[in-house]
Design a binder for this molecule. Structure first.
Ligand code: PHE
Length: 342
């Protein structure tokens, strides 16, 4: 077949190609290793020089033209394939894909512990009371017998607020709510006061600038340390779901007299001594004492008429024991890997 006819034939076939594979085959048929044009070019060497030059030129021209045609057609085919496919991909709704699981949040471990503590004390006849996180010196210190210039003030490293008129601070404990409450309510009373408190302290595994306390207050005509022991023992029993021993150690708080530190038998070793309790068998868990007369006076009550006990439990401490957490800072880190475990 003449080169000219070969070209016409090739052009026609290229145009008729319905897809890239067909086009590829057409390309091979003419321009592949054993293609018709390729073979023509190869056979040139057998021709006399004059003829070779003429035919060679023509053959190369035809080759280039067919190549161009194929390229053009390839682009056409490609774009016509891609467009509808792309559109389809974009609009496609795969109804067989399983639904996305909504991730439900969960309660913070401190919240869980706080609710448990509240539940237990509610059942023991206590009410739940709250108070402000911003206090003045009177409620946080003076009313509680923590007088200015008394070294006891240093026990509560304070975060002061920048204010123009009266001196304000972030409460360092929940004890000021004792005063707020007794200003408005006459005994007999039984309350617990859960809430956040703040201390100006360097942070480490057991200290943070914020943490939670539960204050307890029971006032009546005749309330004794025995009542306190009974209630706290019952609380621990219910909270840890096992019998816990407690012991009172003499201590000092300006707002209680006598004051004591309450230890509970170590959950880990049951009192034998281990690393969790520094080999003592005991864990310090709260401060407590019999309400100091000064507190009744600050609240407008007659100290001769009333007796009571008060205590302050660290909620973070309880949560750390219950869930075996070794760093208080984890509670406030906002790390979901930690928080999702509860
Ligand atoms: N308010 C004390 C503290 O923050 C705890 C406490 C409360 C002690 C009530 C005695 C009675 O350390």
């Amino acid at each position: 077949m003449s080169l000219k006819n070969l070209k016409i034939k090739a052009e026609k076939e290229v145009k008729q190609a319905r897809n890239l594979k067909e086009l590829d085959n057409i390309y091979k048929k003419y321009l592949g290793k054993k293609g018709e044009i390729t073979q023509t070019l190869r056979s040139l060497k057998n021709l006399p020089e004059k003829e070779r030059k003429k035919r060679g030129k023509l053959a190369n021209q035809v080759k280039q033209e067919i190549e161009k045609d194929v390229e053009k057609e390839r682009k056409k085919l490609q774009s016509s394939i891609r467009q509808p496919a792309d559109k389809f991909q974009k609009e496609r709704v795969d109804v067989t894909v399983p639904g996305k699981k909504l991730s439900l949040g969960n309660l913070h471990p401190i919240t869980l512990v706080k609710r448990k503590v509240e539940e237990i004390f509610l059942n023991l006849g206590f009410s739940i009371v709250e108070g402000p996180e911003i206090e003045n010196e009177w409620y946080n210190f003076d009313a509680l017998n923590i007088l200015a210039d008394h070294p006891a003030r240093d026990l509560w490293d304070t975060l002061w607020l920048k204010t123009k008129t009266q001196k304000l601070l972030l409460r360092t404990h929940t004890s000021p709510v004792q005063i707020h409450y007794m200003e408005k309510h006459n005994p007999p009373l039984r309350i617990i006061i859960p809430g956040r408190v703040f201390r100006h302290e360097a942070t480490d595994a057991s200290h943070d600038i914020q943490f939670y306390q539960v204050e307890g207050l029971m006032v009546d005509k005749e309330v004794s340390v025995a009542n306190f022991k009974a209630i706290i023992q019952e609380f621990f029993k219910q909270f840890f779901k096992k019998s816990i021993e407690i012991r009172l150690r003499p201590s000092f708080f300006p707002f209680t007299e006598p004051s004591f530190e309450v230890d509970m038998s170590c959950l880990n070793c049951g009192g034998k001594g281990c690393s969790a309790c520094s080999q003592t068998g005991w864990l310090e868990i709260m401060g407590a004492g019999m309400v100091h007369p000064h507190i009744y006076k600050s609240s407008g009550l007659n100290p001769k008429m009333w007796q009571g006990f008060a205590f302050g439990i660290g909620l973070d401490r309880l949560a750390m024991m219950k869930y075996k957490i070794n760093d208080i800072r984890l509670f406030y880190s906002g790390d979901l890997r930690f928080l999702k475990q509860f």
